[in-house]
Ligand binder design. Structure first.
Ligand SMILES: Nc1ncnc2c1ncn2[C@@H]1O[C@H](COP(=O)(O)OP(=O)(O)OP(=O)(O)O)[C@@H](O)[C@H]1O
Ligand SMILES: [Mg+2]
Length: 469
């Protein structure tokens, strides 16, 4: 839009040649009319019109939250207007008289910017979907308490420390806080402190300057900067090495830090969520975790109870996962025999939710026809000849079964051990890959290897690969 019809014609010809669809107008009134009719991505606008002011026009666009991009065309000597239009959200300006090359440079810059912001939008949505699809199931008292804490803390900017055993749903709780918070449309960045080697952790978190260390060919932003304006989840925060804890404390206190190899102080606005399955207080007592950092993180603690303390939720979770996996495998959801339902209700479930999920998946895969699911389908052997199930329900629980010598049982522990060995064999001993295949963290896998004393080849593989989760 320009009252100079010659300039309009020149631009129209050039832009059409570049493949754009173009409308030209010579006044602000005509521009408003055109905007009301068509959908536009970009406006080139002059500053002075017979019927008004280009800056005012831009201001009105922004007031209506119109996402249209804008390039101001200014006469020589009105650079101050260009500056003002940039402040109002103009993307660029061209000083008259300009060449076609200058138009092309401006267009190219905008195309790149648009592609990147589309990609960001895509990833943001994908992330939101992944986070959002799994709601926190459970109607036990423990889960109700957790949910009410989530609701209350989500609206604030408070740092939340989510504690609980492995596989209790800590990451899910973090996702729920983020998606109920005013920051839900801003980035949610996860950083798994257990999956990144100590020597890379500082630059992963805080970024590095070009040449900061061998292999630092370019400047790179760290997680704190990626999360600017949004939320950062420090998963398994107990694993942050003591050498980095002071720097972490500073960013929590002052919201500022420097990149590795840099001296420019960077300010960010990040909400912190942290999870741990270790008792941080004990880590403090042992001198492994700074006490001041512990208090900084523990502003609002949420403790996620293990499944064995919310027996009432097992039924709901199991039904949910049977349905989900049945859908995944294109089968109708199998139903439980009354006996099986009773055993599941009365025996304490020793495993965590992740294990319950795997067991449900396995039951769905093995299930055929419209046979009712039996306790055996869940790895619980209720011996037919011994009516122990009715007289002493506890003895049929996975926990008790492993203690009855001589019984032909396949306990959950045994199943788990076999699965781990299989996953390791299939992944040639690479723990990162095996852990991913099993759907557990590398650290959980390491703990289990230790627990089951499975020979450890010592091959961790590319552990840092987990950091991008
Ligand atoms: N309340 C819940 N309702 C439905 N699914 C759940 C619930 N809690 C956990 N899950 C599921 O259980 C699995 C483990 O949850 P999550 O990864 O959040 O646990 P975690 O505590 O972070 O475990 P880890 O300590 O091993 O990292 C996930 O697949 C999650 O979707
Ligand atoms: Mg986790």
């Amino acid at each position: 839009m320009d009252d100079d019809t010659l300039l309009c014609r020149f631009m129209e010809t050039h832009l059409k040649r570049r493949g754009y669809t173009v409308s030209t107008v010579n006044s602000i009134a005509d521009a408003r009319a055109a905007l009301g009719q068509g959908s536009f991505d970009l406006v080139f606008s002059d500053i002075r019109f017979p019927d008004g002011d280009g800056i005012e026009f831009l201001r009105s666009l922004r007031k209506d939250n119109n996402p249209i991009l804008h390039i101001m065309m200014t006469g020589y000597g009105s650079v101050s207007s260009a500056v003002e239009s940039m402040k109002l959200g103009s993307s660029d300006y061209l000083v008259k008289p300009f060449t076609v090359d200058q138009i092309d440079v401006a267009l190219e810059r905008l195309e790149t910017w648009k592609r990147i912001s589309n990609e960001n939008e895509y990833f943001r949505r994908q992330q939101a979907e992944q986070q959002g699809t799994q709601e926190l199931l459970g109607k036990s008292e423990g889960m109700l308490r957790v949910r009410s804490l989530i609701e209350r803390v989500a609206a604030t900017n408070a740092t939340v420390l989510i504690q609980g055993e492995s596989g209790t749903g800590k990451e899910l709780v973090a996702g729920a806080i983020w998606s109920a918070s005013p920051r839900r449309n801003n980035p949610f960045i996860k950083f798994n402190c257990a999956a990144v080697p100590e020597n890379l952790m500082e630059s992963e978190l805080f970024g590095h300057e070009k040449g900061a260390f061998t292999g630092a060919y370019n400047r790179r932003d760290g997680r704190f900067q990626m999360a600017d304006g949004g939320t950062l989840l420090l998963d398994e925060v107990s694993e942050i090495p003591i050498s980095l804890q002071a720097k972490l404390l500073r960013v929590l206190q002052e919201s500022e830090f420097e990149r590795v190899g840099g001296n420019k102080t960077i300010k960010v606005d990040v909400r912190i969520l942290a999870t741990t399955n270790r008792n941080l207080k004990v880590s403090v007592e042992k001198g492994e975790f700074r006490e001041d950092l512990y208090y900084r993180l523990n502003v609002f603690p949420i403790i996620v109870p293990p499944l064995r303390e919310r027996q009432e939720d097992i039924d709901l979770l199991l039904q949910y996962y049977l349905q989900k996996h049945a859908g995944q495998y294109g089968k109708p959801p199998p139903e439980l025999s009354p006996e099986c339902a009773r055993i599941l209700r009365s025996s304490p479930w020793k495993g965590n939710i992740r294990e319950l999920q795997n067991t449900a998946a396995r039951a769905v895969i093995l299930h055929e026809g419209n046979r009712l699911l039996q306790a055996e389908d869940f790895g619980i052997v209720a011996s037919q000849s011994v009516p122990a199930a009715t007289t002493a329900p506890a003895s049929t629980s996975p926990a008790a079964a492993s203690q009855s010598p001589g019984a032909p049982v396949s306990t959950l522990d045994q199943m788990e051990r076999q699965l781990i060995e299989k996953a390791l064999a299939q992944n040639k001993g690479n723990k990162t890959h095996a852990a991913r295949a099993l759907g557990i963290s590398v650290r959980t896998l390491r703990n289990k290897l230790h627990e089951y004393r499975i020979a450890d080849s010592g091959q961790d593989g590319d552990d840092e690969g987990d950091a991008v989760n």
